[in-house]
Design a protein around this ligand. Structure first.
Ligand code: KIV
Ligand code: ZN
Length: 517
């Protein structure tokens, strides 16, 4: 590795809130997006892509709120290469001042130009240049992406890259939009641009890899080795189809193999596990147990021979420490005698900065939980906060639930809900208490959603642990995950189902608004 590389900094561009959120089941409301953005700030990523402002009012508002709130990172907003998109993107991003980045794109591969855009290459080139100039009229921080770059003819790719840099792009992104490339080829594409674009040193080369062949992290690594300076990635690797390059995998490859990848990064790797868990809690989508870095088994050594080696010396089977990725065992934090001050302090340590009204509401819930449970863990607090955040903008809320059931009784559930501010109540019989409860909720919400899966687990250990219910629900061609927690499993089931119905509402509204795109 050349000596000058030792000083090279890799810029981490996180697109969890844009490409990640686009993936099925990952929709988030504004409060949830802000929560993720705050965690990304703690993680010290360099750029947060907060959304696609023209896509919907919700996307616009989310980008604006992130731009207003986050102070430590640059904030990017996506736009196609049309003036309408770019103007709207800046309207949301302006609040970040000079940290605001307009990210504009157009496809450059023959397939996309012919079938999707129905534009000749010369017109695509012209649009790209005009878009960058328009974006530059707002900010000096402009990124241009050649969508489907990997399947673009190399001479044309080089021509577009040179022209957009000339027009003022400060970052040029070479995405593998369809996850098609392999490390050797991607290395050569980046090398080709370095050798054939005269002004390439005036911009940062960015890479954005999708994971359709499971190669997104490997491809990103080889691109950086070839000279790319920015990596676009997401927490847990979420994103369109098979996802994007996983941030935690990429950064830990860098940290663990400094001998081969001697680059600098600002990322605080101890915040990786909290970031991964927060995202799973918010979306209801857990990572698979064997997922690298953040999966439940990533640091578990089961085989006797491995355990023996670990006892002799950890380096026998451990290439990185659990502490380096922020993995900690559950810690007892609070109990029923804990006061408001200790509660607030612990929430702040977990990254929740609440105003007085929200703190009071959360504290009430904590007290109620502490009455039921001897010990309250961080995970319990996260569950309280997740519910609080989710409810802020929701159409359906659960008020009360009463169930009668037993070996000789027909299960009956009486459910009272608040729907768009109005209190409604009904009762239903069912095949067991959960069935009766969900039937009552369906009747009140008049929804046609189908329950696909139902899982129940415990958040922490002990018979007084909070139960956590996860449901998968579908309506038409949309499937969402819902989660709910309570020391009462029936209540947790009702909350999870209502959470899923609210997510379906968010998606329905979003799709209605995005219909015009
Ligand atoms: O995959 C892709 O090409 C994208 C671009 C918009 C950067 O997400
Ligand atoms: Zn993408």
């Amino acid at each position: 590795m050349a000596k000058k590389d030792e000083q090279r900094q890799v810029i981490f561009f996180d697109t969890t809130l844009r490409d990640g959120e686009q993936a099925p089941g990952n929709s988030m409301n504004i409060e949830e997006k802000l929560r993720i953005a705050r965690q990304l700030e703690k993680l010290k990523v360099d750029v947060i892509e907060a959304g696609f402002p023209i896509a919907s009012e919700g996307d616009f508002e989310a980008v604006k709120r992130v731009a207003q709130t986050i102070k430590g990172a640059q904030i990017a907003g996506l736009s196609r290469s049309s003036f309408k998109d770019i103007d709207r993107a800046w309207e949301a991003l302006q609040y970040a001042g000079e940290r605001g980045r307009i990210h504009t794109f157009i496809a450059t591969s023959d397939i996309h130009m012919k079938y999707k855009l129905q534009m000749e290459p010369a017109r695509v080139l012209e649009s790209a240049v005009k878009a960058v100039k328009r974006a530059r009229s707002y900010t000096p921080n402009v990124e241009f992406s050649c969508e489907d770059a990997v399947r673009t003819r190399l001479p044309f790719l080089a021509e577009v890259v040179a022209a957009v840099i000339d027009a003022g792009a400060t970052t040029v992104n070479i995405p593998d939009t369809v996850g098609y490339t392999i490390p050797f080829e991607y290395f050569n594409i980046i090398s080709y641009l370095k050798q054939n674009v005269a002004n390439i040193d005036q911009a940062v080369i960015s890479v954005h890899c999708h994971n359709d062949l499971g190669l997104s992290v490997a491809n990103s690594i080889s691109a950086v080795m070839a000279g790319a300076g920015q990596v676009e990635c997401t927490i847990n690797g979420i994103g369109e189809r098979a996802g994007n390059c996983s941030l935690e995998e990429f950064v830990m490859a860098m940290r663990t193999r400094r001998d081969i990848l001697p680059y600098k990064t600002n990322v605080v790797t101890e915040q990786l596990t909290p970031a991964s868990r927060l995202l799973s809690t918010i979306t209801g989508i857990m990572v698979q147990p064997n997922k690298a870095i953040v999966g439940a088994n990533a640091f578990a050594h089961e085989a006797g021979i491995h355990q023996h080696g670990m006892m002799m010396d950890k380096s026998t089977y451990e290439i990185m420490t659990p502490e380096s990725v922020g993995l900690k065992t559950s810690s007892l934090v609070l109990g029923k005698h804990s006061g408001r001050h200790a509660f607030k302090k612990r929430l702040e340590e977990l990254g929740y900065d609440l105003d007085d009204a929200s703190l009071n509401k959360a504290f009430e819930k904590f007290k109620a939980l502490a009455d039921l449970k001897k010990e309250v863990f961080d995970e319990d607090l996260e569950a309280i906060m997740t519910e609080e955040m989710a409810q802020a903008e929701e159409k359906y809320k659960l008020d009360h639930i009463t169930v009668t059931c037993g070996s000789f009784a027909v299960a009956t559930a009486t459910v009272q809900m608040e729907i768009e501010g109005k209190s409604v109540r009904t009762a239903e019989l069912g095949d067991g208490p959960v069935d009766a409860t969900l039937k009552a909720i369906k009747k009140l919400t008049k929804c046609k959603a189908k329950l696909l899966t139902y899982n129940v687990g415990a958040i922490t250990s002990g018979t007084d642990a909070q139960g956590e219910v996860t449901v998968k629900v579908s309506e038409g061609d949309r499937t969402v995950t819902g989660r709910g927690s309570s020391t009462d499993i029936i209540e947790a089931s009702a909350k999870a189902f209502i959470n899923a119905l609210n997510r379906l509402e968010v998606i329905r509204e979003r799709f209605e608004e995005r219909g015009a795109l």
